[in-house]
Design a binder for this molecule. Sequence first.
Ligand code: NAP
Length: 319
Amino acid sequence: MPAASPSRPKVLMVSSMPEWDLAPMRELYDLIELPAGGPEELTSTADIMALVTSGGRGADAALIEALPALELIAVYGVGYDKVDLEAASRRSVAVTNTPDVLTADVADMALALTLALARRIVDGDAFVRSGAWSHKTMPLTGSVSGRKIGIVGLGRIGEAIAHRFAGFDTEIGYWNRSPKPLSSWQAFPTPSALAAWADILVVAVAGGGDTIGIVDAETIAALGRDGLLINISRGTTIDEAALLISLENGGIAGAGLDVFHGEPAIDPRFLSLGNVVLSPHQGSATMVTRRAMGAVVRANLAAYFTGEALPSAVVRRHS
Ligand code: NAP
């Protein structure tokens, strides 16, 4: 429960949201944009109890420490790897995210990248547009149906990806840090054992310090020359330096990537590769899903300011 509820609570907007989400929020709260120079440029921080941020932007310890009244960080996204949870917990700041509502679209993106890469959809489009089709035929492509699909991280999105691939008569295997006793799919002891078995490796594990480079050079090598790597999780989960070397030297056949180290300023070496499909972090970027994510952010803000239980807390305030 907020210590003192002002009539129009102030909410710090660290990242922008679509106008359709901002309009209903403006009716209830004073929305304050985080100045380019950081929280030091705010005229007052004394009554900012909540902030809204994106998964990509998060909230670091400096921002949390600069807001003495902060009690809620509402992430507009499911990944909260850029929120300093230790700093939040130290200050008893609750953290919420937007799980479930984006699962289907992100899983769809994994399938879209896989099909685009294996069936060379982007190359085919360029082939038709260039007029090349009038005098030659495109090379044959690889298949997705009937292949072995390995999923790194069988969380909500990983599981939704597995269900979708099952519809393509594939074999499904996975690696997950904790056991999944209810799953009927084949479990592997390490990401690299999974990669050695799989034709297509799909990364859906959460980002954060513990999963940096969880798909390492050994795992990429184990996938082999015909292997495809798909990443819709976070750029940090793959050893990108090792991936680039492998892609440049035919160590694996190709990669479909929605996320990158240092995005949007991605490594320019990706741009000259012919065996990649690149997507600008579009996993959850549909109208339906973004509206649903906005509704979850608003529900968390409303619950916080009325003293109700937070609908999707990943960290709660100490009592
Ligand atoms: P989730 O249900 O919480 O699943 C997280 C998965 O990561 C689980 O398999 C979990 O294993 C594993 N995991 C978490 N922390 C780990 C650690 N320290 N070490 C090893 N494994 C760990 O989350 P989700 O909804 O499926 O989302 C998964 C991720 O997708 C998000 O965190 C985000 O990074 C990414 N994402 C990307 C987009 C996009 O636009 N491309 C959109 C949304 C989300 P356990 O089962 O053992 O907990």
